[in-house]
Write a protein that binds this ligand. Structure first.
Ligand SMILES: [Zn+2]
Ligand SMILES: [Zn+2]
Length: 297
């Protein structure tokens, strides 16, 4: 599936406006837990599904597919990508194309979800606007050579439907509302917070030419993705937390998988890279400082 794919194929992968109703339905399902008897096992399953799906997006879509920051088998790559599809943020090629575009045009007029375009736009508006429903194959020519990833990009809603059906059949309606709907809603908001707040609230350690920030709270709830200024500084690293105190759940899990030989060649920044382009210490930027678009594109 190459850059010259048909219009229909390019419109697959995500960004469709009907997803607004899917997200609204999930929110209604999550609110409905107040009218059912929630069991501890449902909450535990919700936590597990939240973390596993978050890891598949962070460790699979982001650090593996978008940045090739470590190596794994083709089967493992497919499983991580299918797991990431269940997060309902789009298919692998669509997601990666947008993400690479974000890195190329961070905080410029062309950046898809820069908070300088408005908080709600960067939080969720862009996702359900229907304006980004095409997979830009020019950004993902490497991944488009893999037919199984192209297949997933076309049928990206299928893994989520299968997961929802499995949870419903195995646990019943209460488990479905808690473990699937509630965890999907929490996942939705953690991903939306990444899109909007990672370039808005937090400290900047490196001069990256954009507005990317490091945010401890975001890093905690998103398995390390909150160390976003670090990540913009050196995108090829498997670790976004560069120091021991920068909690990075994704990297911890990747190291765990490496002990079992499931992933390998995890790339880390060298000491020279860690020292490069350091900003002088000064009062951190905060929400009082409005983000602005860079004029260069
Ligand atoms: Zn960014
Ligand atoms: Zn990235």
């Amino acid at each position: 599936m190459a850059a010259g794919a048909s219009t229909d194929l390019r419109r697959e992968g995500g960004g469709r406006s009907f997803m607004l109703f899917v997200y609204l339905g999930l929110h209604l399902g999550a609110i409905a837990i107040f009218w059912v008897e929630v069991r501890l096992v449902d909450l535990i399953l919700a936590f597990v599904l939240l973390q596993v799906r978050g890891f598949c997006v962070s460790g699979g879509y982001h650090r593996l597919l978008a940045h090739h920051s470590y190596c794994t088998s083709r089967l493992m790559r497919f499983l991580l990508s299918a797991g990431a599809c269940t997060a309902l943020r789009g298919g692998p090629l669509w997601w990666v194309a947008l993400h690479r575009f974000h890195h190329r045009h961070s905080d410029t007029e062309r950046d898809t979800f820069s908070p300088a375009k408005g908080f709600w736009w960067s939080y969720a508006g862009w996702l359900v606007s229907g304006r980004y429903d095409q997979t830009d194959y020019n950004q993902v020519r490497d991944l488009a050579r893999a037919p199984e990833l192209c297949w997933l990009n076309r049928w990206w809603l299928l893994p989520a439907l299968l997961l929802a059906a499995a949870v419903l059949l195995l646990g019943g309606w209460t488990t479905f509302l808690v473990a699937f709907c509630l965890s999907s809603v929490l996942l939705f908001h953690s991903m939306a917070a990444l899109d909007s707040l990672n370039h808005y609230i937090g400290r900047r350690r490196y001069d990256t030419g954009d507005d990317s920030r490091n945010n401890f709270v975001l890093a905690l709830i998103t398995l390390g993705e909150g160390w976003h200024n670090n990540h913009h500084h050196y995108q090829s690293a498997a670790n976004s937390g560069f120091f021991w105190w920068e909690v990075d759940g994704t990297y911890t899990l990747l190291r765990l998988l490496s002990w079992f030989g499931l992933v390998w060649n995890l790339r880390k920044p060298t000491p020279a890279i860690l020292r490069r382009n350091l900003l002088r210490r000064r009062p951190s930027s905060s929400r009082s400082e409005e983000p602005s678009l860079r004029r260069t594109a």
